[in-house]
Design a protein around this ligand. Structure first.
Ligand code: NDP
Length: 353
């Protein structure tokens, strides 16, 4: 039986541990398609899974990693054959089903999408769940009838993954984009992606008034908590806010006033169980509407061996834009020893990208 490298999270009475292991095909869970993973990525949720800071992982042992791109090795499904290039985002992979930080994955065929035309496998992971979620948020605003003519759009967590892709997409689609960030030193980066204005996130992060001055027509929020409440309170009459994240917190200390006095819409965005037709449309739109050069500018590549440090760094807010993990292992490297999940390993190689 051939073996391959994977990151494995284990749980014992002593607690959780994480590290690289050499495992065999019999380690993988049921599924009708086996894929050689060529690329993965690091999303905020991957940081939560790797550090154990939130109960993202609900089955042990687990291979973390919620996104992969790769090449089909073996398929019992009529929809895929060996050699096909495929991508996967979510569906509980890396949470309840063995995930992407592995040289090999076995999954259900209906979770896969053929690699979108015009994008490489690496570009698909540069986009990843974060970028595909940004597209879902843009599509939700459009479905609500919002257009650039309605006024500015604000993007929170702008220097992060969802934020960087949202800024790039919305500016390309003609919106006046206000980028809200705690990293004002990244102003030039955000302007390069298409931001027209930079706003210090401190303007939104503390408890605010139930209704404020109407400042923007729309918003894409990956932060939650007071930031989301303030976004809603300062959205123009009949505007809309697409909410997808919780980087500040899961709470929503808001008032109903903006909803009942200004007709504001709060649009919830879920990428994990999103129906296939909407996913296909999101990826089709990404292949058309996302500026490939700017995608390159927001992307850093890390080696598979560095995935754990990068996943820890994303929770510290030091990862800029998007990260592609090149899955594959230098022949001379040995397998890393197992570490406690809260091992306090200093993030390296992930800041200042
Ligand atoms: P990143 O870490 O790349 O981006 C998050 C950004 O949020 C940071 O870069 C930072 O931006 C900002 N931020 C971090 N901490 C705080 C804080 N305490 N207060 C205010 N802003 C903060 O993560 P992702 O882009 O991968 O994910 C963003 C969020 O979206 C996460 O909460 C994630 O769980 C969620 N998400 C949800 C999905 C869904 O299906 N609903 C799918 C994908 C992601 P800056 O430095 O610019 O201020």
């Amino acid at each position: 039986m051939s073996t391959f490298k994977a990151v494995v999270i284990e749980k014992t009475e002593a607690g959780q541990s994480i590290g690289f292991q050499q495992v065999g095909d019999d380690f993988l869970m049921d599924g009708d398609v086996t894929v050689r993973v060529t690329h993965s990525t690091v999303n905020y949720k991957d940081g939560l899974a790797v550090t154990g800071k939130s109960p993202v992982v609900r089955r042990f042992p687990m291979i973390p990693g919620i996104d992969f791109a790769g090449i089909v090795i073996d398929s019992a499904s009529p929809d895929y054959k060996a050699g096909d290039e495929v991508i996967l985002n979510g569906w509980g992979v890396g949470e309840t089903h063995l995930g992407a930080y592995s040289e090999r994955a076995r999954v259900k065929a209906q979770w896969l999408l053929p690699k979108p035309e015009g994008l490489t496998l690496a570009e698909c992971m540069a986009i990843g769940t974060a970028g595909y979620t940004a597209m879902l948020a843009v599509m939700a605003l459009e479905k609500h009838g919002m257009t650039p003519a309605d006024g500015p759009v604000v993007v929170t967590g702008a220097a992060g993954g969802v934020g960087s892709v949202a800024v790039t997409l919305l500016s390309r689609l003609g919106w006046h984009v206000i980028a809200s960030t705690g990293r004002t030193g990244e102003a030039e980066y955000l302007k390069h992606l298409g931001a027209a204005e930079i706003m210090d996130r401190a303007e939104l992060s503390a408890a605010g008034r139930a209704l404020g001055k109407e400042r923007w027509a729309a918003a894409v929020d990956s932060v939650g908590s007071h930031t989301l409440a303030n976004l809603i309170a300062q959205t123009r009459y009949h505007g809309a806010v697409a909410a997808c994240g919780l980087a500040q917190g899961m709470d929503l200390p808001a008032s109903v006033a903006p909803f009942i006095l200004r007709g504001i819409a709060l649009l919830g965005i879920d990428s994990v169980m999103c129906p296939v037709a909407k996913r296909r449309e999101a990826w089709r739109r990404l292949s058309i509407d996302l500026d490939r050069t700017k995608l390159g500018a927001m992307t850093t590549h890390v080696a598979f061996a560095d995935v754990l440090d990068t996943a820890r760094a994303i929770l510290d807010g030091t990862v800029r834009g998007r990260v592609v993990v090149d899955i594959g292992w230098p022949a001379s490297s040995s397998i890393e020893t197992r570490q406690p999940v809260r091992g306090g390993v200093r993030p390296r190689g992930a800041s200042g990208h």
